[in-house]
Design a protein around this ligand. Structure first.
Ligand code: ADP
Length: 745
């Protein structure tokens, strides 16, 4: 039996992150001795054959990570819908000895791949009967192994938490709506923004949650009343009366009313124009949403899914059903492809049947929960408290370094608390504010527009309550009759909350429910696989490194880039994956002199063979002696005339800027759950302490007593760091091309 060969194609609509998948498939396959063919222009290329099939080398997929779209082209192809077309496709594959096909596309493309597999043996029999292939060849390639990756900006595939491209599309949408918001607010204007999604409201829903737009129309959840136009106008008017300066309605292209009649952006505009007698502008975002450089998440998702596709081919056996590579939590897993495709199509069918309950059910828990939270946040004013209800006094504070997304969390907590009839208090300046009594009541409009703002509007610092300050903290809590505390921030937030909890016997004011929400760009907190702010920081680093790389195009140069993260290498590793760094240095692994010698040898060999750019990313605490300065000087000296070296310490740029959509959305989801927790626990005689987090794709609340056990002995990072499992992939992609490849370049 000859060695395995893989062919890859991208089909249907292009999606940012497809190139990362192609790069990973090629490099990991070559590394394992598997040849890879790219089929240019999707199924059309598969049918055309000839030079549409091209063998890919290690270098041919260099420099494509940051590019949007797909470098191997995509197309829609009606001929592939015919048996004759698929017979030609089969012929082209066996002619080149390929019986593993990786298809990156939407549900249409994956259905096409499944049809090809179902017919495969009969197609080969036909080809043999027509004397186009020998019976031996038909026998040898009797099984076609299919692996599917979902490239779709709509995030419309069942069985995977995210599809390749959806996060980038959300970036484009939030950037656009943030920009529209500022002009709309200046002129007190109304805007209607149309986003993609024929059967899937994901982009519209999340775009609305991330930006603080005022009304949203999605296919799965049409307005509940027939005269929705009136409801929309009433809501927007109430929002203006409450003090909002702009009104933004987001509409998914597949929006409809509850009778199934499509709702167009033009119709929404006409309704608003007539009602408010003012100018209303429509912005159809269209293909802008597909375009531009992929986000860090999509680059890494493409890379990890690509790696998993090669694993699936390696371990697959001839009779295996087609597999879909999917994301569950932070894990890449395999699912039966056709089951996922069928379930995805079922949502479209449920919408067509006007069975909206079923459509929402099929979308899953997280979608439904987000929709519920959004409906609260969108209100122009909170519900009035119920007569006789107990109105709790709940306080929120930020602690530690500002992390992008903190404001989104505060906004959600304040609004959800108010809507449930409680009194919400903001603590300025972190725990110091609790010591100094800097507390103020927050109303609905006090957090208007906070979702998109970076930093911390409440103010935060690194103060942690201690022996000498417990008393003033207790006095403040008593004076303001605080009955629950939400602490949002990094390790100082966690430490502070833990200390207050532990002092409950000495200070009865601390005997209230306390919950911590992870917000730190370092991603070094217990009980959460991701903390708020880390995704924004990762995108900031990627943005900067992309530019640094570009600046070096004319020279032979190596960059040593230092990133934040303190004692946690998350930012270094993930930014290394997203930018194609050849080496990442983490605190978890340290740096030895031998490492540096090896890395230098690799650099020298690479530059001697014609490479033009080297990129090393270093976590700020990777090693206290071998600093960025030291490394740059060492490489510069030893590199001699072969290459020069520059170091870049990115610093606080990483902490700043507008929060990414992911950070805004997760901050909102987590804060909503924290407020529920405080309310549920307020009446208990021994109220619980807790910390919340994202684990295995869901939200989990831990007892605060578990906090020390989950941290390592240095208390600088959690014991379990899931992302360390990605080190082997990062190394494999970064190492020099295999020997065989080097000579062929
Ligand atoms: P997407 O993959 O983005 O959903 P399409 O639905 O347009 O995009 O499908 C892309 C291509 O996949 C089509 O042009 C066609 O070549 C192929 N395809 C889609 N559905 C089928 C099918 N049922 N049988 C065979 N080929 C199909």
């Amino acid at each position: 039996m000859c060695a395995k060969r893989i062919a890859i194609l991208t089909s249907g609509g292009d999606a940012p992150g497809m190139n990362a998948a192609i790069r990973a498939i090629v490099r990991i396959a070559l590394n394992r001795g598997i040849e890879v063919y790219a089929i240019y222009e999707g199924y059309q290329g598969l049918i055309d054959g000839g030079d549409r099939f091209r063998k890919l080398t290690w270098d041919s997929v260099g420099g494509i990570l940051h590019r949007g779209g797909t470098v191997i082209g995509t197309a829609r192809c009606d001929e592939f819908r015919t048996r004759e077309g698929r017979r030609k496709a089969a012929h082209n594959l066996v002619e080149r000895g390929v019986d593993n096909l990786v298809v990156i596309g939407g549900d249409g493309s994956l259905t096409g791949a499944n049809v090809l597999r179902q017919e495969w043996q009969s197609l080969l029999t036909e080809l043999a009967e027509m004397n186009q292939i020998t019976p031996e060849i038909a026998e040898q390639y009797a099984h076609l192994f299919i692996v599917g990756l979902v490239g779709s900006i709509d995030n419309d595939m069942h069985g995977t938490d995210m599809t390749i491209g959806a996060d980038t599309a959300l970036h484009r949408i939030t950037e656009a709506i943030d920009a529209i918001s500022s002009t709309a607010a200046s002129h007190q204007r109304t805007f209607v923004v149309e986003v993609m999604g024929r059967n899937c409201g994901y982009l519209a829903l999340m775009g609305c949650l991330a930006t603080g737009a005022d009304w949203v129309l999605i296919p799965e959840n049409p307005p509940e009343v027939d005269n929705w136009e009136k409801k929309m106008c009433d809501d927007l008017r109430a929002g203006r009366q409450a003090g909002r300066r702009d009104s933004i309605v987001i509409i998914a292209e597949g929006a409809r009313d509850r009778n199934g009649k499509p709702i167009t952006s033009a119709h929404v505009m006409e309704v608003l124009k007539k009602e408010f007698d003012e100018e209303v502008r429509v912005t159809v975002l269209g293909h802008v949403q597909r375009g531009g450089t992929p986000s860090a998440f999509d680059r890494n998702l493409g890379t990890l899914m690509g790696a998993a596709a090669v694993d699936a081919v390696m371990s697959g056996s001839p009779n295996d059903e087609p597999q879909l590579i999917s994301l569950r939590g932070n894990r890449i897993v395999r699912e039966p492809l056709m089951k996922c495709v069928e379930q995805s199509k079922a949502v479209g069918q449920a919408i067509a049947d006007k069975n909206y309950e079923r459509a929402l059910e099929l979308r899953g828990n997280s979608f439904r929960e987000t929709l519920r939270t959004l409906k609260t946040l969108l209100r122009s004013l909170p519900h009035e408290p119920i007569a006789g209800q107990k109105r709790l006094r709940l306080a929120v504070l930020n602690s530690g370094a500002p992390a992008p997304g903190m404001n989104a969390a505060i906004r959600a907590a304040i609004r959800i608390g108010l809507d449930k009839g409680h009194i919400m208090l903001g603590v300025n300046n972190g725990f110091q504010g609790l010591i100094d009594g800097e507390i103020e009541p927050m109303d609905w409009m006090s957090v208007n527009g906070w979702a998109s703002v970076g930093g911390s509007e409440l103010g935060a610092n690194r103060e942690v309550p201690s022996e000498s300050t417990f008393y003033p903290v207790a006095r403040t809590l008593e004076r303001h009759e605080i009955e629950g505390l939400l602490v949002i921030g990094g390790w100082t937030a966690y430490q502070g909350a833990y200390r207050l909890y532990k002092q409950r016997e000495n200070f009865s004011a601390f005997n209230i429910p306390i919950i911590c929400l992870p917000a730190s760009i370092n991603n070094n907190l217990p009980g959460s696989e991701l903390s708020i702010g880390a995704d924004t920081a990762l995108n900031n680093i990627m943005w900067a490194v992309d530019r640094v790389k570009q600046s070096a195009i004319a020279q032979r140069r190596c960059f040593v880039v230092e990133v934040m993260g303190r004692y946690c290498g998350y930012l270094a590793l993930m930014s290394g994956l997203a930018t194609g760094a050849e080496r990442v240095y983490l605190h978890e692994e340290g740096i030895t002199l031998r490492d540096l010698q090896n890395d230098l040898d690799h650099l020298m060999t690479g530059f001697e063979l014609g490479k033009r750019l080297g990129l090393m990313i270093r976590n700020e605490k990777a090693n206290p002696i071998y600093t960025a300065d030291f490394m740059a000087a060492l490489f510069e000296e030893e590199g001699g005339a072969l290459f020069d070296v520059r170091q870049t310490i990115l610093g606080h740029v990483q902490q700043g800027g507008d929060p990414s959509p992911f950070d805004r959305i997760q901050a909102t989801r987590l804060a909503a759950r924290c407020v529920d927790f405080l309310i549920e626990n307020a009446n208990s005689a021994t109220p619980a302490g807790a910390f919340i987090g994202l684990e295995s794709g869901g939200i989990r609340i831990h007892n605060i007593e578990e906090m020390p056990q989950l941290m390592d002995e240095t208390y600088q990072r959690p014991k379990k760091q899931w992302w360390l499992d990605l080190l082997p992939i990062s190394r494999m992609l970064a190492q020099p091309a295999p020997e065989s490849e080097m000579t062929s370049v």
